[in-house]
Write a new protein. Structure first.
Length: 329
């Protein structure tokens, strides 16, 4: 339950400790002065366009002074702030809620990221020291790492709730998000954090343009179900490829430190990850091929990049989006 973690208060205190808690800012009520270019440009707009500026200024990425000036001009024309508020035109409530939830997710994910990078080194170093003649010191460091790891787990779960609430606003909530967090977030948050951050920015960008811009042929191509599915499968393929590399390296480290049972377990996990990686790489291949076929561009399909990607998946993962951009935009 999200309320449980909020009632503990530890995570909020940790946010303040690490300086990631967003501070409340004073309300800016400044205006452009009459006679300035900015004021004259706004004054030349009709009431409907001024209301659009007031309601969607954040989506247009313009200064709050423009909103305040538009309010001043409308008020001088007899349209009061109260009328705008009752008409639902003072703020874009849905977008403001998205920004609030995004800020919350940013805080929670940053805290999770910090706790992850604090816990892993202490746990690994503690375990190595314990097995190399420094039992007391190693045990102390290991236990500290476990405590931080427990806090990381709480932060991860809270971050999941924040992400889920944000996805509800984007209309992209699904069971895959929960699986994504459980399978990948727990062991590999160092990768998961950056991918999620990038995905949120992309979803926010699409949400802004979906509400403000008319549909164009380019947006139809970009919004194709095949490309959406391709990006999802390619992302899973990339992450499981990274898991394969991590488990193989872990196997070598454990074998070198005479931990045969753990070394065997890491190799088994590597083999499972290889199977899942190949499956997702194949699915991403099929989805992207369907996309090229759908747009009568099968002759441009980048087969060599995909074949090379079987061995060096990051190459195809980062090259394909550039190739799509080149072929269709």
């Amino acid at each position: 339950d999200q309320g449980l973690f909020e009632s503990i208060g530890i995570l909020e205190r940790l946010k303040k400790l690490f300086g990631i808690k967003k501070k409340q800012t004073d309300i800016d009520e400044s205006l452009f002065k009459a006679g300035t270019t900015e004021f004259d440009d706004l004054n030349a707009l009709d009431n409907k366009k001024l209301i659009d500026v007031i309601k969607n200024y954040r989506q247009y990425d313009i200064n709050i002074k423009s909103k305040n000036t538009a309010l001043f001009i409308l008020n001088s024309r007899g349209v009061t702030k109260e009328e705008l508020k009752f008409g639902g035109n003072l703020t874009n409530q849905k977008f403001e809620e998205i920004i609030r939830l995004k800020d919350r997710f940013d805080e929670d994910s940053k805290l999770t990221f910090i706790l992850y990078f604090l816990s892993i080194p202490f746990i690994v170093i503690g375990a190595i020291l314990k097995n190399n003649g420094y039992a007391a010191t190693g045990k102390t460091i290991f236990i500290f790492g476990i405590v931080v790891g427990i806090l990381y787990l709480f932060a991860l779960i809270r971050s999941f709730f924040s992400h889920s609430n944000l996805n509800k606003q984007f209309g992209t909530e699904g069971i895959s998000n929960a699986i994504f967090y459980l399978i990948l977030g727990l062991p590999l948050y160092m990768l998961f954090y950056f991918f999620q951050k990038k995905k949120i920015e992309e979803d926010l960008h699409l949400n802004i343009h979906k509400n403000l811009e008319p549909t164009s042929d380019a947006s139809k191509i970009e919004g194709s179900k095949f490309t959406t599915d391709y990006h999802d499968y390619a992302l899973f393929s990339f992450i499981f490829y990274c898991l394969v590399v991590v488990f193989i390296v872990l196997n070598l480290v454990l074998a070198n430190n005479k931990q045969p049972a753990l070394a065997l377990a890491s190799m088994q996990l590597a083999l499972v990850s290889v199977f899942i990686y190949i499956l997702y790489h194949l699915l991403s291949f099929i989805k992207l091929r369907n996309f090229y076929k759908e747009n009568d561009a099968l002759h441009k399909f980048p087969i060599p990049i995909f074949l090379l990607g079987v061995l060096i998946q990051p190459f195809s993962y980062f090259s394909i989006p550039k190739r799509i951009q080149k072929d269709f935009y």
